[in-house]
Design a protein around this ligand. Structure first.
Ligand code: NI
Length: 172
């Protein structure tokens, strides 16, 4: 396994709509392993392929937080097939927008259809934090970042902070 290079805002690949995967073969499984390792290396709870420079409809998610109980979800060609009427607001961050967080409104629950690590079709009802993670990662596949879902004023403030942080880091 290998830790892959992370692409950060405003890299254009993050704005691109990702392509469907033809089949889940050994190469794809190796990529899924690398994505998971990259996500764990940065203490993320989710990662989408465009964030490592690959414009394919692939995400990995693990909201377990504890290493002894790793519980990774591999989703190839994921699609939301049902959304709850209820909405929730939660704080989100993203490895492609480092060290920033903002409140985003999401569906409280979603049902998602996808191909798993073995290429088998699965359906999952995601609720609570998992529902938020699924929606955040699937957005990446359509070129949408969570900062596209907050007000323009909040986005401007957040991007200013991001720029300031990058400048400070560059001077260290
Ligand atoms: Ni993200």
């Amino acid at each position: 396994m290998a830790v892959l290079k992370l692409y950060e805002y405003p890299h254009p690949i993050l704005k691109k709509k990702a392509q469907k995967v033809e089949k889940v073969d050994d190469d794809m499984r190796k990529f899924l392993d690398d994505m998971l390792e990259t996500m764990y290396a940065d203490a993320g709870v989710g990662l989408a392929a465009p964030q490592v420079g690959v414009s394919k409809r692939v995400v990995v998610i693990d909201i377990s937080h504890e290493e002894e109980k790793m519980d990774p979800l591999y989703m190839v060609n994921p699609e939301i097939i049902w959304k709850s009427e209820e909405m929730v607001c939660g704080e989100e961050g993203c490895l492609s927008v480092p060290d920033q967080r903002a409140e985003v409104e999401r569906f409280a629950a979603v049902k998602v259809k996808y191909l798993d690590y073995n290429g088998k079709e699965q359906e999952l009802l995601a609720e609570d934090f998992l529902a938020i993670a699924v929606q955040h990662e699937l957005d990446h596949l359509d070129g949408i970042l969570y900062i596209d879902r907050i007000s323009r004023l909040k986005r401007q403030m957040l991007l200013k902070k991001l720029e300031k942080m990058r400048k400070e880091k560059a001077h260290q």
